[in-house]
Write a protein that binds this ligand. Structure first.
Ligand SMILES: [Zn+2]
Length: 254
């Protein structure tokens, strides 16, 4: 029965990932999310229902538009599969408790929207940032405002630190990254958020350092940080408690 649940979750996960991709592509352009049907970005032909089935349509069409044969970006099926895997991970780790689903669910949802927007247009739209901050606030309300002051102070601290960094090194990060870490601090608390930041930096180095050394990119290249910020935050949410327990043990032994 558990396998059936997971399969159903995988299907929901791919559909959710596909929908969030549309949000991330349309909101920065001020286009409606639900009214108009998706079209091929090259020949502008409206896609049929069959072409909208996540992952399957990409495989069936061998990654090309059926009309103009333009290559479809691999990023779409990757996001849909990541969303499916994250759905299963969130469910398995939740122990069927709703409040355990909220925080990682928010990280997944806004992570995909911001990542798509950042990869496509190099912006983290303010409108989505307001939705993110509002839903995090609502999540704290749902959680009986437990430790609300702690989470608020974490968010403010991260905002101030990142704002200072942004003012000193305006070419290194964007204003959207400052707001993003402020909301993440408010959602996760400072300890988990510090780990999230560390993991995001490690991921950026792991991906871009080999490319830089191989001269595939130059140091002037603008890096879309959102995918790394949210992957780091998602990982930190799950491994944070075990990591700090291990760190405490290590400090205690030494
Ligand atoms: Zn086309």
């Amino acid at each position: 029965m558990e396998t059936v649940y997971l399969l159903i979750l995988c299907v929901y996960g791919t559909v959710w990932g596909s929908f969030l991709t549309v949000v991330g592509l349309r909101v920065p352009l001020n286009q409606p999310i639900t009214v108009s049907r998706s079209a091929c970005p090259n020949c502008h032909r409206i896609l049929s229902a069959k072409e909208l089935i996540p992952v399957f349509s990409f495989l069936h069409q061998k990654g090309k538009c059926r009309n103009c044969r333009q290559q479809i970006s691999l990023i779409y099926p990757i996001i849909e599969l990541v969303s499916a895997a994250a759905f299963c991970l969130i469910y398995v780790s939740s122990n069927n408790q709703l409040f355990q689903i909220i925080n990682p669910g928010l990280l997944l949802t806004f992570g995909i929207i911001f990542s798509v927007s950042d990869l496509s247009y190099q912006i983290l739209p303010d409108r989505i940032m307001r939705w993110f901050a509002t839903t995090v606030f609502a999540a704290h309300l749902f959680n009986d405002m437990q430790d609300f002051l702690f989470y608020s102070a974490s968010g403010i601290t991260f905002f101030l630190l990142f704002y200072l960094f942004y003012r000193i090194f305006p070419d290194c990060i964007g204003g959207g990254d400052v707001k993003c870490y402020a909301v993440l601090g408010f959602l996760l608390g400072y300890q988990t958020c510090v780990l999230a930041l560390l993991l995001a930096c490690l991921l950026v180095f792991a991906v871009y350092l080999p490319l830089l050394l191989a001269k595939k990119i130059t140091s002037q290249r603008v890096i879309p940080f959102a995918p790394f910020i949210f992957t780091g935050a998602f990982m930190a949410y799950f491994i944070g408690p075990a990591f700090y327990e291990w760190l405490n043990l290590l400090l205690y032994i030494t």
